[in-house]
Design a binder for this molecule. Structure first.
Ligand code: PLP
Length: 399
């Protein structure tokens, strides 16, 4: 679809700008337009069309629209894969992948720390409703994966860094284990984004992203994606895209296409600022722990340094020596940092996760008393640090 081939001789920043964009054939505009029409004119004889092919003519937006395709080209280029499918949300990509590739009687292994919907899908919904067996393991040690693999294990799903504990799993080591027994490896790469980490280059078969987070980056659109080989994605496209219907809207695809132009630039700042904020919090008496893979004392810091080629990301978690009520008061005393879920936005976001999260039993000990997940934004880092400091002081937790 592109006139020029922006192949691998171009760097990631160049491809984030150019792949999937082209001069509009009708108007000569140098940005492709937003196409909201949901149906496309059929050829003379439509009877032989493949309704879910990424190469065939566009037919109906639920099966793939123009802006979705441009975005898919760019995402595949950034992830270093043959193809990508954009979905309405990260959860749409997760459920579409799991339900397309797993059948009754199959077994899947997954990380003990994953996004909550991935946990519910793999721990409850797929086993209870679809007869798919699953096993949760602490994938920070790859040997734990090896121990639970069965002859019918079809998929290993990991998230690294994991949400919300920031645990790091070794992608290359787990890929080798999965492949030895004929299983696929899918990696939720949302916390890193393809700027910081490219799981496909490390052996992952499928890379899943919530585009809602860093890839869009501006907190104003919802989207998800799965990237991988054409062969695997054809299966997911034929089943999930067409029949489950979690299709990204053209407008969201257009917004994300625009947002991800600056992904490399933004990630460099997120990486830099989060490391500074982690260092600041780590030195405070009121702080009980800081979880950030960029800290030299973090578990699997060496693995993170090896596989996170762009940096350690913009999200960290931390705890305070304070009771539940004081934790809420600390958040309410923040003036710059917004209390909201989501992450990877331009603005800094914090969420207090109390003591009764349904996955609490899977978290490391230090998380059990309640903790904060902080997505370090693109504001001046001095302002972010000053805001944290004044809120601690005003909550009576200053040093
Ligand atoms: C937010 C998130 C998701 C879900 O993405 P949505 O776009 O909100 O559906 C999946 N995985 C991770 C790691 C996330 O942080």
């Amino acid at each position: 679809m592109t006139q020029r081939d922006y192949g691998n001789e171009y760097g990631l920043s160049t491809r984030a700008i150019h792949v999937g964009n082209d001069v509009d054939g009708e108007t000569g505009a140098i940005k492709r337009p937003l196409t909201m029409g949901n149906a496309y004119q059929l050829p003379y004889d439509p009877s032989a069309l493949n309704w879910s092919s990424p190469d065939g003519p566009l037919l109906y937006t639920r099966n793939g629209g123009a802006n979705q395709r441009y975005l898919e080209q760019r995402l595949a280029s950034l992830e270093g894969t043959e193809d990508a499918i954009a979905f309405a949300s990260g959860v749409g990509a997760l459920s579409g992948t799991f339900l397309s590739l797993l059948s009754a009687g199959d077994h899947a292994v997954f990380s003990d720390v994953t996004y909550v919907a991935a946990y519910r899908l793999l721990h409850e919904i797929l086993p209870d409703k679809f007869g798919i067996a699953t096993t949760i393991v602490d994938t920070r040690d790859p040997a734990n994966v090896e121990k639970v693999i069965r002859p019918n294990t079809k998929l290993v799903h990991i998230e690294t860094p994991g949400n919300p504990t920031l645990g790091i799993s070794d992608i290359a080591a787990i890929a080798r284990i999965a492949h030895r027994s004929g299983a696929l490896l899918s990696v939720d790469n949302t916390f890193a984004s393809p700027y910081d980490q490219r799981p496909a280059e490390l052996g992952a078969d499928l890379v899943i992203e919530s585009l809602t987070k860093y890839i869009n980056g501006h907190g104003d659109a919802l989207g998800g994606a799965v990237a991988g080989s054409r062969e695997l994605l054809e299966r997911i496209r034929a089943i999930a895209q067409v029949n489950f219907g979690a299709t990204i809207s053209p407008f969201n695809a257009w917004l994300i296409m625009r947002g991800c132009v600056t992904l490399p630039l933004r990630m460099r700042q997120h990486n830099h600022s989060a490391l500074e904020v982690a260092g600041f919090l780590d030195g405070l008496d009121a702080v009980s722990f800081v979880a950030y893979p960029g800290l030299s004392g973090a578990r699997n810091h060496g693995v993170a340094a090896r596989q996170m080629v762009g940096g350690f990301g913009g999200v960290l978690s931390f705890g305070l020596y304070a009771d539940h009520e004081t934790c809420n008061r600390f958040v309410s005393n923040l003036r710059l940092i917004t209390s909201a879920v989501s992450l990877g936005h331009d603005e800094s976001l914090i969420v207090f996760l109390g003591e009764d999260d349904e996955r609490q039993y899977l978290y490391p000990e230090e998380f059990h008393r309640g903790f904060f997940r902080l997505s370090v934004g693109l504001e001046d880092v001095e302002d972010i640090i000053r805001d944290l400091g004044q809120a601690l002081d005003n909550t009576g937790l200053g040093s």
